[in-house]
Design a protein around this ligand. Structure first.
Ligand code: NDP
Ligand code: 2IT
Length: 408
C-alpha cells in the first residue's frame, strides 16, 4: 500500500463529507409586486488548502446534489492550480432568464443578506458560474459591503475592473481550456493551427474558449445554447455572438437571423457537427456515450472540458478506448478559479496587474497543470490518461494537508 496513513486517518470518509452545508430561503419581489421564494445553498466542502473557493450557480435545475458534486470537483480542481484555495460551491434554483435588472438585484440582495455571515476573504470566497456573471457579482458585492460596512474586495471574485476585479478573469476559463488543449496537442507533436473546432454553449466559458481557439488559428464552426445550435461553415462571427449574448441577452437563434449563410437547428445535437477538436462548455452530462462515438467516428482527435463534468462516464470511456486526447474539466477548466485566486492576490496587495501579465500567469498555470497530470498519470502506470493524472494529483495534495492538520 502506497499511503497507509490515508487509511489510518480515514481520509476517504472525511474528504467525501462536506465540512459544512448551508441551505436557506430567499424571498424577493418581482417588478409587479408578487412575492417569490427560492432556495439557496452554499456547500463549504474542504478548507485544507485555503478558504472555501468556488462559484455560485443560478439555474432552475439547482438542488443540493448538483452543488455537492460541483463542490467535490472544486476541491481537487483548486488543489491542481497550485494556489492556496480550498473548495466550495453554491447556488440557487432562481431562474434569471427574462428577469429585469431590478429583479436580479433584489434577488441578489436578499440572498446576500443571509449568506454574508458565512463569507469572508479568509473564510469563503464565492464567484460566478452558470447564470452568475459580473452583473450579479456587482449586486452581491454591494449588499455584502453594505451589511458588513467593510470594503472587503477579496470576499468575491469576478468583480468589475474598476472595483477590484482582475484583468483576464472574464476570459480566464475559456482561455485556460484552450491553453490546456494546446498542451495536450503539443504532447502529441501537434497544434491547434488550422483545426476545425466546435464549442457547446455560448456563455462566459464558451465565448472566450472560441476567442482563444480562433487566436491560435483554429476555425470554430458551431456553438449552441439550451434552445439549439448554430452552424456557420465560414467560421463563427464572435462579435455577433458577444452582441447577442453579452449585450442583448437574447437566444442564439438570433445569429441566423443576422447571418443568412449560417444554420440554426432547434434542439440540434452539436456533437454531430464534424470537427477535430470539441470543447464542451455548457453544462454537466451534455455529451453522452453515443455523442462521443459520433465525434470519434467523424475524426475528432481532442476534447477538453470547459464545463464541469459535461461528458458522461460512457463518453469518457469511448474517448479513452479510442486513444484521443481527453482533458477532464477539473484540469482543463481550472484557469477560471486560478485567475480568481490571482484576483484575491491583487486585492490583498491592493494592486492591479496588466492583462498581459495576468494572461501570462494563466498560461503558465495551465501548462503546469498539464505537466503535473501528465507525469502523475505516467508514474501511476496510466500514461496519457489525464483523468487518472488529475484525480491523483489533486487528491494527494489535499489528503497530505489533511493528515498534517490532524483530526479536524
Ligand atoms: P453561462 O451562464 O455564462 O453560460 C452557460 C451556457 O450553457 C449558456 O449558453 C446556456 O444556455 C448553456 N446551458 C446551461 N445549462 C444548460 C442546459 N441544462 N442545457 C443546455 N445548455 C445549457 O455559464 P458559464 O459559461 O459560466 O458556465 C458554463 C460551464 O462552465 C458550467 O458547467 C460551469 O460550471 C463551468 N465553469 C464555469 C467557470 C466560470 O468561471 N464561469 C469556471 C469553470 C467551469 P442558455 O443560456 O440557453 O441556458
Ligand atoms: O467551476 C468553477 O471553477 C467556477 N465556476 C469558478 C470558481 C471561482 O471561484 O472562480
Amino acid at each position: 500500500m502506497k499511503y497507509p496513513e490515508f487509511a489510518e486517518h480515514k481520509i476517504i470518509q472525511r474528504i467525501c463529507e462536506p465540512e459544512r452545508q448551508i441551505i436557506f430561503r430567499v424571498p424577493w419581489q418581482d417588478d409587479s409586486g408578487e412575492t417569490h421564494i427560492n432556495r439557496a445553498f452554499r456547500v463549504e466542502f474542504n478548507s485544507a488548502l485555503g478558504p472555501y473557493k468556488g462559484g455560485m450557480r443560478f439555474h432552475p435545475s439547482v438542488y443540493l446534489g448538483i452543488i455537492k458534486f460541483l463542490g467535490f470537483e472544486q476541491v481537487f480542481k483548486n488543489a491542481l492550480t497550485g494556489l492556496p484555495i480550498g473548495g466550495g460551491k453554491g447556488g440557487s434554483d432562481f431562474d434569471p432568464k427574462g428577469r429585469s435588472d431590478a429583479e436580479v438585484m433584489r434577488f441578489c440582495q436578499s440572498l446576500m443578506t443571509e449568506l454574508y455571515r458565512h463569507l469572508g476573504e479568509y473564510t469563503d470566497v464565492p464567484a460566478g458560474d452558470i447564470g452568475v456573471g459580473q452583473r450579479e457579482i456587482g449586486y452581491l458585492f454591494g449588499q455584502y459591503k453594505r451589511v458588513t460596512n467593510r470594503y472587503e474586495s477579496g470576499v468575491l471574485t469576478g468583480k468589475g475592473l474598476n472595483w477590484g476585479g482582475s484583468r483576464a478573469r472574464r476570459e480566464a476559463t475559456g482561455y485556460g481550456t484552450v491553453f490546456f488543449v494546446q498542451e495536450m496537442l503539443k504532447a502529441r507533436s501537434d497544434s491547434l493551427d488550422g483545426k476545425t473546432c466546435i464549442v457547446s454553449g455560448s456563455g462566459n466559458v464558451a465565448i472566450y474558449a472560441m476567442e482563444k481557439a480562433m487566436q491560435l488559428g483554429a476555425k470554430v464552426v458551431a456553438c449552441s445554447d439550451s434552445g439549439g445550435i448554430v452552424v456557420d461553415k465560414q467560421g463563427i462571427d464572435l462579435d455577433l455572438i458577444k452582441q447577442i449574448k453579452e449585450v442583448e441577452r437574447r437566444r442564439i437563434s438570433a445569429y441566423s437571423e443576422e447571418k443568412k449563410d449560417a444554420r440554426y437547428i432547434e434542439d440540434g445535437n452539436i456533437w454531430h457537427v464534424p470537427c477535430e477538436v470539441a470543447l464542451p462548455c455548457a453544462t454537466e452530462n451534455e455529451l453522452t456515450g453515443n455523442d462521443a462515438k459520433k465525434l470519434v467516428d467523424q475524426g475528432c482527435m481532442a476534447v477538453a472540458e470547459g464545463a464541469n463534468m459535461p461528458t458522461t462516464p460512457e463518453g469518457i470511456r469511448v474517448f479513452q478506448d479510442a486513444g484521443i486526447a481527453y482533458g477532464p474539466g477539473k484540469a482543463a477548466n481550472a484557469g477560471g478559479v486560478a485567475t480568481s485566486a490571482l484576483e484575491m492576490q491583487q486585492n490583498a496587495s491592493r494592486d492591479s496587474w496588466t492583462f498581459e501579465y495576468t494572461e501570462a500567469r494563466l498560461e503558465e498555470i495551465m501548462a503546469n497543470i498539464h505537466l503535473n497530470c501528465y507525469e502523475t498519470a505516467r508514474e501511476f502506470g496510466a500514461s496519457g490518461n489525464y483523468v487518472v493524472g488529475a484525480n491523483i494529483t489533486g487528491f494527494l495534495k489535499v489528503s497530505k494537508a489533511m493528515v498534517a492538520m490532524g483530526l479536524i
